[in-house]
Design a protein. Structure first.
Length: 289
């Protein structure tokens, strides 16, 4: 799955969905959790079910964020939305791989009931929203066959630990959240799934979003969550390799291909070794996607 930009859409708003479907996001996350009031959750399930059925001609992945397992609503959410056209679910407040295994069993049965091929529906996880989750990030490797990506969140984690804020005076993440972000990145790399950075809350600040995305890509994240349609173009641009990056990566790959027994290669007075080759291949893979 190509997952540069994942745009949240309230599951009970057909109007916002219609707008979101036109902005070029790689995935739309139809939200049944935080974006929907408790009194509207049952109605939102049926709205999302109908939107999935109607969205047949699309270039984006269809993802549904279900309610967390501890709410007792997860199975009802899945029963409503697992049908042809659903590409993935986003699991919030996961405490570790055991939760994903449990949901995987639900999906096995529901896919069969819907006449879908096994493991059609992939799983994305918000992996840092509970204190327990922080101690279980290593359990996602080796990855469940359905697992496609890990992302992280600060708001629910902050509420769970009693934090009064999650940013320093300069606007950067405070230390506990830098730990959560880093551990999510390492957990995704260990499981060999997509590391997806969390949202940038100020949707009226495209320059700040772009600067933050450049840092995300530098650190190893391959995509980002969006909370407003205006953020999608910036995220897509920042997580798409530039032409000069592609050309440089191609030179590295070609140089090693021309000298298969070499451990290091010199290009324009700089030395490159196997880690550089691996990164160059990642750049080319992202460009091809």
């Amino acid at each position: 799955m190509r997952l540069r930009s994942l745009l949240f859409v309230p599951g009970d708003s057909e109007k916002k969905f219609a707008k979101a479907a036109t902005v070029g996001a790689d995935a739309l996350i139809l939200d049944l959790e935080d974006a929907v009031a408790p009194s509207r959750k049952a109605e939102a399930r049926f709205i999302v079910r109908d939107l999935i059925a109607a969205a047949t001609d699309r270039r984006w992945h269809c993802v549904v964020r279900v309610n967390a397992l501890d709410t007792g609503l997860t199975l009802e959410d899945l029963a409503a939305v697992v049908r042809p056209g659903l590409d993935a679910i986003l699991v919030p407040k996961s405490n570790g791989a055991a939760d994903i295994m449990r949901i995987g069993h639900y999906l096995d049965a529901l896919e069969a009931q819907a006449g879908m091929a096994p493991s059609t529906v992939k799983i994305l996880v918000v992996a840092t929203e509970t204190p327990s989750a922080m101690f279980n990030l290593g359990t996602y490797a080796p990855a469940h066959p359905r697992l496609a990506g890990l992302t992280w969140g600060a708001e629910d984690l902050g509420a769970a630990i009693g934090a009064t804020a999650n940013k320093d005076a300069d606007g950067d993440w405070s230390f506990p959240y830098r730990v959560a972000r880093s551990m999510c990145l390492f957990a995704a790399a260990a499981a060999d799934v997509a590391p997806i950075d969390t949202l940038y809350t100020d949707f009226r600040d495209p320059e700040g979003l772009a600067a933050s995305c450049r840092i995300s890509r530098r650190d190893g994240f391959t995509g980002r969550i969006a909370i407003h349609p205006d953020q999608v173009e910036v995220i897509n641009r920042c997580f798409t390799p530039a032409a000069e990056d592609i050309a440089h990566a191609r030179r590295i790959v070609d140089a090693f291909a021309a000298a298969p027994d070499a451990g290091t290669i010199g290009i324009d007075g700089k030395m490159y070794d196997i880690p550089h080759l691996k990164q160059a291949r990642r750049v080319l893979a992202a460009a091809e996607a």
